[in-house]
Design a protein around this ligand. Structure first.
Ligand code: ZN
Length: 174
């Protein structure tokens, strides 16, 4: 397993729409292993393949708490079948939007159809943090980030901050 570099906003690749996976084979499983390793390394609870630059409809997640047994989840070609009209609000962050957090409203429950690590078709009924996390990650597959739900002003402030951080990172002092 390899820890990959996570792309951060602003980056055009993060805005790409990811493509469906034809078959879950060795290559896809290898990718899921790398994604999980990358997510654990960055201390995140969810990661979409596009965040490491691969436009495939694959998501990994693990909502277990620190010190608890790990509970990796894999979602290939996820589709939301049902959404609740009730909304719940979470303070969201994202590995591709480092150190920025904002409250986002999303449907509190959803039902997701997907293929698991072995390519088996599964249906999951999710609520609470799990529902929010799945919807956040599925947005990545459409090129959507949580900051897109904020006001224009707030969003542009965050992007400005991130761009500044980036230009610092790129600077080389010799
Ligand atoms: Zn994210």
């Amino acid at each position: 397993m390899t820890v990959k570099t996570i792309l951060t906003e602003p980056n055009k690749i993060l805005r790409k729409v990811s493509l469906p996976v034809e078959k879950v084979g060795k290559e896809e499983q290898h990718l899921m292993n790398d994604m999980l390793e990358t997510m654990y390394d960055a201390k995140g609870i969810g990661l979409a393949a596009i965040q490491i630059g691969i436009p495939k409809r694959i998501i990994v997640m693990d909502l277990s708490k620190e010190g608890e047994k790990k509970e990796p989840r894999y979602f290939v070609n996820p589709i939301i079948k049902n959404k609740n009209s009730n909304l719940s609000k979470y303070l969201e962050g994202c590995l591709s939007v480092p150190d920025q957090f904002a409250e986002v409203n999303r449907p509190s429950n959803c039902e997701v159809e997907y293929l698991d690590y072995h390519g088996n078709k599964k249906i999951l009924k999710a609520d609470g943090l799990l529902a929010t996390c799945i919807q956040h990650e599925m947005d990545h597959l459409e090129g959507i980030l949580f900051i897109d739900y904020l006001s224009k002003l707030k969003k542009s402030m965050i992007i400005k901050k991130l761009s500044k951080q980036k230009s610092k990172e790129d600077r080389v002092v010799l």
